[in-house]
Every structure is written in C-alpha cells, then in structure tokens.
Design a protein around this ligand. Structure first.
Ligand SMILES: N[C@@H](CCC(=O)N[C@@H](CS)C(=O)NCC(=O)O)C(=O)O
Length: 215
C-alpha cells in the first residue's frame, strides 16, 4: 500500500450513486479525507471555484494535494490501484485480469450508466429540466434490461463478484448502477438481488452511504 499519510485528500460531491463510488472506495481502503458536499443542480457545481476544479461542472471529484481527478470510475480505479493493490481491489497492471477489469468497468459505465440509467434519470425524474423524450426513455429502459442480463449471466456462471472470487472496484460501479435501477423500480433477477445483498452488506458500503449523505 502506498504511503498516504501526508496527503490532503478531498472528495467533492454527495447525494448521488456516482458520488457514492468515491466515498465507498475510500472507506474500503480506510483512507481519511475531507468532504465537500457539493450537489448537482444546486448551482454549486457552476461556481467559478468549482468550475476551475472540474470544467465539466460535475461531481464526484477527488483531490490529493495538487492532483485532481474526475470521473467516478477513474477515481475508484486510481484509489484501488494505488492503495488497495495488495487486497486485489484492482488487479495488477498489464495482466489479463486487469484487461477483464477494464472490460467490465467500461461496459458498466457505458451500457448500464451513461446510455441507459442516466437517460432514464434525465428524461423521467428530471424531465422538468431535460425535457420529455419518450422514445429515448423506452430505448434506454430496453437497453438496460438487455445489457443487465449479461451481468446476470456472468454472476450466475462466475460469481460471486463480477470478476469472480474477489470483490473489486468494478463491483462498486456495478452495485451503484443496480441500486439506481432499484430506485427506478426496474425489476432485477434473483441473482442480481442476491449480489446486491452481498455487496451492500459490506461495512464500507454502509460507511460510504453515510458519507454520501448530501447534508
Ligand atoms: N461520467 C461522470 C458523470 C458525473 C455526473 O454526471 N455527475 C452528475 C451527478 S450524478 C452531476 O454532477 N451533474 C451535475 C449537473 O449535470 O449539473 C462520472 O461517472 O463521474
């Protein structure tokens, strides 16, 4: 584990499944950090101070001294690799296992998060802001149901976690996608519900959830 005792570490953002990913991995690693409870659509991500930190005006953001990192999957992978390699939170670089880790991370971020759940969130819950888009909504829901079957089959065949025996950063990404789906009342198979019970019963999940409270 890299020595992190001298670093000032800050997580910007709380209250969403994507910010949860940063809080959760930090609790898996037992690393101390400060929280800045900036919330989306509050105007707080649009201040000049925050825009300097993340020009895309989005959370989460991780800072370690002068180093600033955005994108929840990148934050999980960076922290997991830097401080959690001995626990296998991210498989070793330049191995087939790492390639498989990336495969699942990119799949989850594109197929379950950006292309589907985020579209559903924007054009259902937040339609007052982003507008109604029934066709996009239907396609997103269908897309989610289809792609989540791939995860279901993988877990049924090669679980208990998405890479097999070991819990990794990819499980943080998957769990937070599935909890979003549950919130949107998208039905999940028994395999996925069992998986969620397994990952959300971790102490670090509970602590991360507490830290992810917006106030
Ligand atoms: N791909 C980014 C997405 C980040 C993102 O969309 N964050 C939302 C909250 S979940 C946000 O900050 N939205 C602010 C806004 O759109 O005003 C990640 O995974 O970190």
């Amino acid at each position: 584990m890299a020595d992190s005792t001298e670093l000032r570490r800050i997580v910007w953002g709380a209250g969403t499944p994507r910010t949860m990913r940063a809080h959760w991995i930090l609790h898996e690693l037992g690393l101390s950090y400060e929280r800045r409870l900036v919330g989306p659509r509050t105007g707080e991500t649009e201040t000049p101070e925050f825009t300097k930190i993340n020009p895309s005006q989005k959370v989460p953001v991780l800072q370690e001294d002068e180093f600033t990192l955005t994108e929840s999957a990148a934050i999980v992978t960076y922290l997991g690799e830097t401080y959690g390699a001995s626990r296998g939170l991210v498989p070793p670089a330049a191995t087939k296992e790492r390639a498989r880790y990336y495969q699942w991370c990119f799949f989850l971020m594109m197929e379950l998060d950006a292309h589907t759940l985020y579209i559903i969130r924007k054009h259902a819950d937040l339609k007052e802001i982003y507008g109604e888009a029934p066709n996009a909504l239907r396609a997103a829901e269908e897309g989610f149901r289809k792609q989540v079957q791939v995860v279901d089959q993988r877990l049924a065949a090669r679980g208990p976690f998405i890479l097999g025996e070991r819990f990794t950063g990819a499980d943080i990404l998957l769990t937070t996608c599935l909890t979003s789906a549950v919130r949107r009342r998208i039905p999940l198979t028994d395999v996925l519900q069992e998986y969620l019970k397994r990952t959300t019963s971790r102490d670090a999940y509970r602590l991360g959830q507490k830290a992810n409270q917006p106030n």
